[in-house]
Ligand binder design. Structure first.
Ligand code: NI
Ligand code: MN
Length: 228
């Protein structure tokens, strides 16, 4: 099974596998359907902020995927119409088996909430996910600041592809992301969470240059819709 990964903008990625697509943080335009003629089997959410929850509810209605996230975020989804049987609530711990491989929820230094009827709702710990497919290991960091936790991941895992926020303001900026890359030591690095809003304007080309000069990783800049 070869897992093809496609960048959908901001922190959204899809991964193709035998039975359809896995989506991470689907912050997509409601009117465009990348997946019109295909099946979304799973949606993974790193936290409850709107730019990560995205069009999860709309895609859920169309595709009925399993939605995987923190217990409290899934409670929020359940209160807003996602059936309990379609929710897989996980937490920090070991690898969890899925039909496409296994997944581990890992630390992210951020916050997680959403609004319900005008009230702020706590939606659990924010997180990242490590996906172990047959042919590669992929780590989506979610929204996170720099943390020494990443050194532990670098020591214990062999990450092939790292999806890393570089936009600053709400997450790591380029300086911090370079430090994280040095700790995680993945073969490839793909920048995300930049240029979507004025606050997170960044320069992926200078990030790429620094990755290649200062770390052992290679950097791939994906444009929206491009695959790796
Ligand atoms: Ni966020
Ligand atoms: Mn975000």
């Amino acid at each position: 099974m070869r897992s093809l990964i496609t960048y959908l903008g901001h922190s959204s990625f899809s991964i193709k596998w035998n039975e359809g697509y896995i989506l991470i943080d689907p912050f997509l335009d409601e009117n465009e359907d990348f997946f019109e003629n295909s099946k979304i089997t799973h949606i993974f959410l790193t936290h409850g902020h709107g730019d990560h929850l995205g069009v999860s509810f709309e895609l859920y209605k169309k595709h009925k995927p399993k939605i995987v996230s923190a217990y409290e975020l899934n409670l929020f989804l359940n209160k807003n119409g996602v059936k309990e049987e379609d929710l897989i609530s996980i937490n920090f711990g070991g690898y969890i088996p899925f039909p496409f491989g296994k997944v581990k929820m890992v630390y992210a230094l951020h916050s997680s909430s959403n609004l319900q009827y005008g009230n702020i709702v706590y939606t659990g710990n924010p997180c990242g996910y490590i996906f172990k497919f047959e042919d590669r290991t992929l780590y989506h960091m979610g929204d996170t600041g720099l943390s020494y936790e990443f050194k532990l991941i670098g020591e214990n895992e062999k990450i092939d592809i790292l999806l890393i926020p570089i936009g600053g303001f709400y997450t790591m900026d380029i300086d911090d992301a370079i430090n994280a890359v040095k700790m995680i030591k993945s073969e490839y690095v793909i920048p995300m969470h930049f240029d979507t809003f004025p606050e997170i304007k960044s320069d992926p080309v200078s990030f790429k240059k620094r990755v290649e000069n200062e770390t052992c990783s290679k950097c791939i800049i994906l444009k929206r819709g491009e695959s790796f």
